[in-house]
Write a protein that binds this ligand. Structure first.
Ligand code: SF4
Length: 368
């Protein structure tokens, strides 16, 4: 059971929630999609899938999940994987801290649990990268614990069912809904199925974008938002703070058949990944030439290239770029300063061995 949330006010109309269990489970038995992590719901597969599914759609996750599982089939393999290989396996999913936390947690599971993922909610919560939702999902889906796993899909379904107008971006609202759902859960396989059924309904019927498909919803007769013809008014989200805008100038520097890359610092945004060299702000062509001359490079051609925007959780990069060709006779590896030490990588190696974050992927076509 979750902690008692005595200070949280009751959700209006929560008393009717236990009535959803039977029709929802009946619907789920026939309508659940076949997904690779559902076939054999081991704790490792559930953990991995839940981390990948944060911020990423199911269809996009499936090939990554399959590939990752082939490469790193268990906690032991994950705990000992080389960081660059891990980043390469994660490349394209974004939010790379998720992968780093997976490895950190795997190391702890090897050290403290002899390689067996704990199924206790609080033990899971103490591992890196595992929050309340993921801990509840693993302990209920893999272990049958009677704990509601409340993600965005479940928040949407429950706020529509109960006409809850609390801001779903607040943690207190998630707690409110966890508490309201608790009476629906009993220990055993139905808890696992109930969590999956709620998530599935939110993903396929009570959908986030556009109108929900109420006509084929098993909960239509119990839904207050349907009754009041206002499902689109839920969930209520108050505006987030504006993201900080950061300008950058990306340099696509080629020398013979090689491309300049740089490893990002071990801490902070996109830590430890490989980036195209870049300068803060929007530089003019003359400023870029002057910077590269200062580093000892001999330029044979330079031209402005594409621009792009990339949105992170708290910041937004507004990027312009220059495509630069160095003189063939120069040897750039001997001319870099310690701060601007670049790796000179062939195109083949770029595709196969280096994890380039999505923020820089916009510019790679210019290298072909
Ligand atoms: S009836 Fe419509 S709004 Fe209500 S839970 Fe079902 S799909 Fe969502």
């Amino acid at each position: 059971m979750l902690d008692k949330e005595r200070l949280i006010p009751a959700l209006p109309h929560a008393a009717q929630l236990p009535a959803i269990v039977e029709p929802l489970l009946r619907w789920y038995r026939y309508r659940a999609r076949t997904l690779p992590w559902r076939e054999t719901p081991t704790p490792y597969r559930i953990w991995l899938s839940e981390i990948m599914l944060q911020q990423t759609r199911v269809a996009a996750v499936i090939p990554y999940f399959t590939r990752f599982l082939e490469a790193l089939p268990d906690v032991r393999a994950l705990a000992s994987v080389d960081d660059d290989r891990l980043m390469k396996l994660w490349q394209g999913l974004g939010y790379y801290s998720r992968a780093r936390n997976l490895k950190k947690a795997a190391i702890l599971i090897m050290e403290e649990y002899d390689g067996n993922i704990p199924l206790d909610f609080h033990a899971l919560l103490s591992l890196p990268g595992i929050g309340r939702y993921t801990a509840a999902a693993i302990s209920s889906i893999a272990g049958g614990a009677p704990i509601p796993a409340v993600d965005g899909n479940v928040l949407r379904v429950v706020t529509r069912l109960t006409l809850c107008r609390e801001d779903v971006l607040k943690d207190s609202t998630k707690r409110l809904i966890e508490t309201a759902l608790q009476p629906c859960y009993t220990a055993g396989p139905s808890s696992s199925m109930l969590n999956q059924a709620l998530m599935e309904l939110g993903a396929t019927v009570c959908v986030p974008n556009g109108l929900p498909h109420c006509a084929r919803c098993p909960l239509m007769r119990l839904c207050l938002a349907y009754d009041a013809a206002c499902p689109q008014d839920f969930p209520v989200k108050h505006a987030k703070k504006h993201r900080r805008q950061i300008k950058r100038t990306v340099l696509l520097i080629r020398w013979q058949d090689r491309i300049a890359l740089k490893k990002r610092p071990a801490k902070g945004l996109l830590a430890g990944l490989y980036e195209l060299p870049n300068l803060p702000g929007h530089s003019t062509q003359d400023e870029v030439v002057s910077f590269l001359h200062g580093q000892g490079y001999e330029i044979s051609a330079i031209r402005p290239d594409r621009s792009a925007r990339h949105i992170f959780t708290h910041v937004e990069w507004d990027m312009i770029s220059f495509a630069i060709m160095l003189a063939p006779q120069s040897d750039p590896s001997s001319k870099t300063t310690a701060q601007n030490r670049y790796l000179w990588v062939s195109r083949q190696a770029l595709a196969g061995s280096y994890s380039i974050p999505a923020a820089f992927q916009y510019f790679l076509p210019a290298l072909s």
